[in-house]
Design a protein around this ligand. Structure first.
Ligand code: 4AD
Ligand code: MG
Length: 466
């Protein structure tokens, strides 16, 4: 049956709004009800939130089987799309032929009724994409990913693939997952009794990357403007609604950029991808806004229209100190901003996205460019309402002597960074970049309060199911 006719997706049918045409549609049964002489099927194929109503006449030869169709069953329907006499949908599909691919046992299929909690749906992450909520979330995820590529491609940034397995700790946070092919039950030891990683697969200790930045910088020194967009891994034991052990990061890097250029790029970028989402996913946004966050759409529009506030870390600390708020973590010049501080600044005090720059050097990684004051580095974090830090970036230290001094001061193994340091030896230039936490951006765009609900199969402490 599927042979001769090109199948349509439901989204296309709603876009074209043509009646009295023959179509073939394939998807899954969302609901079915029978009335005298007819069976009414609501089917969905994931292309959009809306279902297609199918009307099956009892005269169809396999009508008995159609009456056994359950929620979650997979079908193909060929028939005529006609103007709907009923309210609630513009058209319906009068079935001429229904093929049943697979039934779903109603006794065990968990997506029977509406209104499951997000917590429950997380336990069935293999089926939750078939729910309305996760249909919306993952269509928006697709839009955002596409918009990210579009933004950078339109600006002549070259897309590069940085390695997943690495021997260096970019962020120096030490929260890395080890990669090894050694047998944990029979580890090789050297004369001193320590594990002999020379016998491991790569002949040295290796890890899953926490960031593609260092390799990104190497390519920016050849292509001027590059970006990476890939998975990154952090073994920090953070059971929070904003942390994942595996998340996706977008990292542009541009030669001849200073911190201000970097902040301008980041602001344009965030506005562009949010605008893309408003443009392509209004139906999904309306659904999410109805069920999860009434303010979602105005909040997104506000970001696109407003100018981000720019303040220094030192100014941020004064604002926090004079706030009269009691925070769980005290604010003191020299300590990192906590989520509660970030949210106070962007939600209560400034009421729009805030770009905080020039953090104390002691709380930032080795690669950030030292400012002339000797106390701060040319760093920037972008803080969003509800999310806190969505972007972290900086101008990089391009001066070999300053960078080397910092690496030594921090007790890092300078030999391990020989290739990174070479870029400062051969044609070094000022350059800057940033990293966007893709899932944090998605949380913002979908109104989902838990980051585990915006990635298909979340990995976090104690959980790597699916
Ligand atoms: O601020 P981070 O650690 O910066 C870097 O890794 C730099 N190398 C980026 C660069 O300059 N190229 O991480 C960047 C962003 C954060 O702002 C946050 O949005 C997100 O990545 N992020 C996480 N998202 C989910 N789960 C986690 N555990 C995250 N850790 C960071
Ligand atoms: Mg950061």
């Amino acid at each position: 049956m599927t042979g001769s006719q090109r199948p349509s997706c439901i989204k296309d049918l709603y876009r074209l709004m043509q009646f009295d045409i023959d179509v073939l549609v394939r998807g899954w049964v969302r609901t079915r009800r029978d009335s005298k002489g007819f069976s009414f099927i609501e089917m969905n194929d994931g292309s959009c939130l809306k279902n297609l109503q199918v009307v099956v006449d009892a005269a169809l030869p396999n009508y008995i089987e159609i009456l056994r169709l359950t929620v979650g069953s997979a079908i193909a329907v060929r028939g005529r799309l006609v103007k709907s006499p009923a309210k609630g949908q513009p058209f319906e599909l009068r079935a001429e032929d229904v093929t049943i691919y697979g039934l779903a046992d109603p006794a065990t299929y968990p997506l029977q009724k509406k209104g499951h909690t997000l917590e429950f749906l997380r336990t069935i992450a293999h089926l939750r994409p078939r729910s309305n909520t996760f249909g919306c979330v993952f269509r928006i995820r697709n839009t955002l990913a596409w918009a990210i590529h579009k933004f950078f491609q339109e600006r002549d940034f070259i897309y590069i693939h940085t390695p997943i397995i690495t021997a260096s700790d970019c962020e120096g946070a030490g929260a890395m997952f080890r990669v090894t092919s050694l047998d944990p039950a029979a580890l090789p030891h050297d004369e001193t009794g320590t594990i002999d990683y020379k016998k491991d697969f790569f002949g040295r200790p290796t890890y899953l990357t926490v960031s593609g930045q260092l390799e990104g910088e190497l390519f920016a020194m050849a292509f001027s403007r590059i970006y990476t967009f890939g998975p990154t891994f952090r073994a920090e034991n953070s059971n929070t609604p904003r942390h994942l052990a595996e998340f996706w990061m977008v990292e542009p890097e541009a030669a001849f950029f200073d911190l201000r250029d970097d902040a301008d790029l980041a602001e344009d970028f965030l506005k562009y991808i949010i605008a893309a989402c408003l443009d392509a996913n209004m139906e999904d946004l309306e659904f999410l806004s109805k069920w999860y966050d009434k303010e979602l759409i105005p909040t997104l529009r506000h970001i696109v229209e407003t100018t981000f506030e720019r303040i220094t870390y030192t100014e941020a600390v004064s604002l926090l100190e004079s706030s009269g708020e009691t925070f769980e973590y005290p604010t003191r010049w020299g300590s990192d901003l906590q989520t509660e501080h970030e949210r106070y600044l962007t939600e209560k005090r400034i009421k729009k996205p805030v770009i905080v720059t020039d953090y104390p050097r002691t709380i930032k990684p080795f690669y950030m460019r030292q400012n002339d004051d000797g106390r701060t580095v040319a760093a920037m974090d972008i803080l969003f309402p509800r999310i806190g830090e969505v972007i972290g970036g900086s101008q990089r230290e391009e001066r070999l002597d300053v960078l080397l001094a910092r690496i030594r001061e921090m007790g890092l193994n300078e030999e391990a960074y020989w290739w990174y340091l070479d870029t400062r030896r051969y044609g070094t230039v000022p350059h800057a970049g940033f990293g966007l936490g893709f899932e944090r951006a998605l949380q913002f765009c979908t109104g989902m309060s838990n980051i585990r609900d915006v990635i298909p199969f979340p990995r976090h402490p104690g959980s790597a199911e699916f």
